[in-house]
Design a protein around this ligand. Sequence first.
Ligand SMILES: N[C@@H](CCC(=O)N[C@@H](CS)C(=O)NCC(=O)O)C(=O)O
Length: 333
Amino acid sequence: MNFSTSVQMARSALDEMSATGAFVRTPSTFRSFISKDPNSPFPAEAGRYHLYVSYACPWASRCLVYLKIKGLDKAISFSSVKPIWGRTKDNDDHMGWIFPALDDEEPGAEPDTLNGAKSIRDLYELASSNYSGKYTVPVLWDKKLKTIVNNESEEIIRMFNTEFIDITENAALDLYPPHLQGQINEVNDWVYDGINNGVYRCGFAKKQEPYDEAITKLYEALDKCEEILSQQRYLCGNALTEADIRLFVTVIRFDEVYAVHFKCNKKLLREYPNVFNYTKDIYQVPGVSSTVNMEHIKKHYYGSHPSINPFGIIPHGPNIDYSTPHDRDRFSK
Ligand SMILES: N[C@@H](CCC(=O)N[C@@H](CS)C(=O)NCC(=O)O)C(=O)O
């Protein structure tokens, strides 16, 4: 079992800064795997695992999308924290994800009935006595061993795709089929770099140069998506894959948040007809819309980064309705 932890990591995304003023993301720490092998330390079992998310977080949301579209949400429970970061301890000033104390405190967020934790930080401290990295969501929790299995969404979605094969209600949906894995990996690389992490590199840059570099890369990658999606329904052909879920969680936040809060305003997402309609298409896949809580998303970003938005004002617009008709049916599935 790998419970190893690193002791010199950033405490929050806002600290992840290089000397040049560029945002540099630190790696996740808990990297164990749930396996379909019943003799493995973390076997795939219905009822054993819990997924802690924030509806605001794109990385956590991609896990939640998998839970829904693979039909795993009866076998794996989940709950969301409150959208706005708060003090996680009385005796220091760390700000992070916290649970509501009461059921009706914040629609969508629930108190932690599993562990009685007040914050995501509490969970990391329950799982490891010497952890000092960031207290990030998603957290995939093992109720039996009372520990964190994994806190890296990229790996969690792979487990959800294949390891719960006898438990999932939609086993036929393979989002990482062997014949497309090379292509999916290749797309993931530039989409992560340019778009998923790219928007953060724009938003968290503290100097002009790293911002300029990030925004150039972001729009090169978005232009590339527009070009690909003008010819086929999804990023890797005419079937939905992991690459699409990974892009979706960023583009769904783009016009509501990133365009304003992270200064990604060279072009709005709705000015890209193919990417925009594609975003609606994926939003309308059964189960996906339930993972998009725009109120949590907007409250979180505009309210949790005082160095970017000191007064926490939440812009009113644009309130795009992603459930309206799209034109993606023009490509055969
Ligand atoms: N590599 C992680 C990244 C997760 C991540 O960065 N989560 C953010 C929320 S969007 C977080 O929890 N940040 C807490 C903090 O920065 O203190 C994954 O993909 O699972």
